[in-house]
Design a binder for this molecule. Structure first.
Ligand code: GLP
Length: 273
């Protein structure tokens, strides 16, 4: 697993955006050979989306031949609700880039048959040729997408009941009122993320420091579902200094030494000026 430690949230976001942009550029997508990108919501990716939108606006990259699949969506929340992940994605990303709306896929948490919706989603991912790069965040309890602690590490897209921890973490988007947070969500599985050809997870802030420690230094454990990334051939975590608070000094030093020797941070930060 590659771990990149950026100084702060802004640098983490720019690093991640440039990393993603370079992957798309190197792939050289065409109408017959589209790049398939997995997308997260949450506060962590906001800065990355902003920088990707800038790169698009300034002509460095195009999303015309990019297909997206979002990680998750609340069950029972109208798509038009400002906190639905549909609203989030259009407000914070898709409305600012040249993506073709028909290439955007987000789970329908209001589908009449939720199980069929989940199966169909997996089928669409397979038909698109699988996900080239899955981007993600981490919950404070180490979940990826909505794969709460205890989720099977081979799980596929399905319905998940949210933990009290997640409901409390997400109530900041619902007037700090836990009763307004949906109690269930549709989510891609850990296995769905792991099946992507490459994964990049963003992790910032002190609140995530325990999750980061478990992700990097703990064993693979279904109680910290992000730790499955240790088994991925091309897993990347980009974090900020604040998120490193619980890492062992030796772990922190190894990754900072490595990125200095490989010029890993500046290489991407300086890429699109
Ligand atoms: C939610 C989402 C996750 C996201 C997490 C962290 O639970 N389902 O995909 O990673 O929140 O969100 P934030 O980035 O706002 O801390």
């Amino acid at each position: 697993m590659r771990v990149v430690i950026a100084k702060d949230y802004d640098k983490m976001s720019i690093w991640a955006a440039h990393f993603v942009a370079k992957k798309i550029l190197d792939f050289n997508p065409t109408p017959d050979h589209k790049f398939v990108l997995g997308c997260p919501t949450g506060s962590s990716p906001l800065g990355m989306y902003k920088e990707l939108a800038r790169l698009n606006k300034e002509g460095y990259i195009s999303f015309k031949n990019v297909i997206t699949f979002n990680m998750d969506e609340y069950v029972g929340l109208p798509e038009s609700h400002p906190e639905s992940y549909h609203s989030f994605m259009w407000t914070n990303f898709f409305n600012h880039i040249d993506i073709d709306p028909k290439n955007v896929h987000i789970l329908n948490g209001n589908a009449p048959d939720l199980l069929a919706e989940c199966d169909h989603y997996e089928q669409m991912i397979a038909e698109a040729g699988g996900i080239d790069l899955f981007m993600g965040g981490i919950g404070p309890d180490g979940h990826i997408a909505f794969n709460e602690p205890g989720s099977s590490l081979t799980s596929k897209t399905r319905i998940k009941t949210l933990t009290t921890n997640t409901i409390q973490a997400n109530c900041r988007f619902f007037d700090n009122d836990v009763t307004k947070v949906p109690k269930q969500a549709l989510t891609v599985g850990v296995g769905t993320v792991m099946a992507a050809r490459e994964v990049i997870i963003l992790c910032n802030g002190h609140l995530k420091s325990r999750a980061l420690k478990k992700a990097i230094e703990g064993g693979v454990n279904h109680m910290w579902t992000v730790s499955a990334l240790q088994m991925h051939e091309h897993g990347n975590i980009v974090c900020d200094e604040d998120a490193c608070a619980d890492l062992n000094v030796s772990t922190y030093q190894y990754f900072t030494d490595k990125q200095r020797i490989e010029n890993l941070v500046d290489y991407y930060l300086d890429m699109f000026k």
